[in-house]
Ligand binder design. Structure first.
Ligand SMILES: N[C@@H](CCC(=O)N[C@@H](CS)C(=O)NCC(=O)O)C(=O)O
Length: 249
């Protein structure tokens, strides 16, 4: 049995869950938020980040590494396209989403709107949020618009590149921002199509169900949705603890 460690509220966890769904693989999940874990989690991942995948005792960290692992171990159906050229392009779009998009969407917008007030008890800084949305998000969207397909998905089949770009937009909705379809029409169509794909829609629904649930109650909430959760959890009731590479201030 494959075990996923991490809450579906994290876009990186949803990347892994969507990949598992495309491949039709069964799994159980311990939906922890990294901030509410102790040294048992540090021993599994010294960077203290979710997601992790545990496969028969082997711990695999980092969503990109996990997806590559799943792709190699369970190649069919693939989440990467057929040719080396296309695969390079898909991986680059994943990299763009995981770094540039994440810097702005996750570590500035989502963290200002949700994470800092919700987890760390800071006052919600609406001025900062407005600045990020007005000044920092548009250049990222302009890049995405240049990468977006005219219609449908990026390659013949829905896959990693679509998942990686689209997964960031749900967290932006939690920051109460959606892309303006008249300004970024190709991106808006592409992201809507990718988010509607059952592999991403299902774990997106889980995230929606959990986003307002206190962290330590998310496990019960996910179980109530019929998701198979682990018998044991790494979650602990303690003040939030940051990892060594935390990217938000
Ligand atoms: N490169 C990593 C990034 C994972 C990541 O940043 N996860 C966040 C949750 S969205 C986390 O665990 N943060 C904990 C922290 O910042 O201390 C991946 O692709 O898995």
């Amino acid at each position: 049995m494959l075990t996923v460690i991490g809450s579906p509220v994290s876009p990186y966890v949803r990347k892994v869950l969507a990949t598992l769904a495309v491949k039709g693989l069964d799994f159980e999940i311990d939906p922890v938020v990294a901030f509410y874990t102790d040294d048992r989690f540090t021993r599994l991942n010294p960077l203290r980040r979710i997601p992790l995948l545990i496969d028969d005792g082997e711990v695999v960290a980092d969503s990109s590494v996990i997806v590559q692992y799943l792709e190699e171990k369970h190649p069919e159906p693939p989440v990467l396209p057929a040719t080396p050229r296309e695969r390079a392009r898909a991986r680059w779009i994943e990299e763009f989403a995981d770094t540039r998009m994440a810097d702005v969407f996750l570590w500035r917008a989502f963290s200002t709107a949700v994470l800092l007030p919700g987890v760390f008890g800071r006052e919600r800084d609406l001025d900062r949020l407005q600045r990020v949305l007005a000044e920092e998000v548009p250049p990222v969207m302009d890049c995405l618009e240049a990468l977006a397909p005219e219609s449908g998905f990026l390659f013949d089949d829905f896959g990693l590149a679509d998942i990686s770009a689209a997964m960031m937009f749900r967290n932006m909705r939690y920051a109460r921002w959606t892309p303006d379809a008249s300004r970024w029409p190709k991106s808006a169509r592409w992201i809507a199509a990718a988010e509607a794909h059952p592999a991403l829609a299902t774990c997106g629904d889980w995230a929606d169900a959990l986003i307002r649930v206190p962290v330590l109650e998310q496990r019960a909430a996910l179980k109530a949705l019929g998701v198979r959760v682990t018998a044991e959890t790494l979650a602990v009731d303690q003040p939030p603890r940051r990892g060594p590479m935390t990217q938000f201030a």
